[in-house]
Design a protein around this ligand. Sequence first.
Ligand code: SF4
Length: 181
Amino acid sequence: MRKINEIFYSLQGEGYHTGTPAVFVRFSGCNLKCSFCDTQHEEGTLMTDDEIIAEVSKYPAATVILTGGEPSLWIDDALVDRLHEAGKYVCIETNGTRPLPASIDWVTCSPKQGARLAITRMDEVKVVYEGQDISIYERLSAEHFFLQPCSCYNTALTVDCVMRHPKWRLSLQTHKLIDIR
Ligand code: SF4
């Protein structure tokens, strides 16, 4: 059984896959407590893999995004295999502090200040900008680097930082801008 906060269908609002229709599987709970955390993820219902696959399969999109909270607390190879068997492209949004199944198709790592990374393979790095030194993340092996304002209140500072560090691209929470989930 895996503790699920919600499963819903929307567009990916952030990062490389912005605009892509996707089924979001939000797992419950996190091992960190970030001050800017904007998700209500603590509540949850225990679901079997059959129930998860049945719910995900209600929607036409191929992309499934495992998110949270911190999804690595609840996932393993067996779940990723089941999603692949259902024809899904499996993405994860993780804080990177815990190991992941190797078979995940796309890893979005959002490293948090002071939290040690436990993964080395990642496709994109997405950092919420709080004025911190972002050069420490440039050593990570990702292909894409996104800097995102903190709940849109420091957008101008984030734009300025990206222009000074052109390895990075701006990521906006576009789902909030157009008022979708
Ligand atoms: S790692 Fe993500 S889900 Fe966990 S507390 Fe921080 S922002 Fe929230």
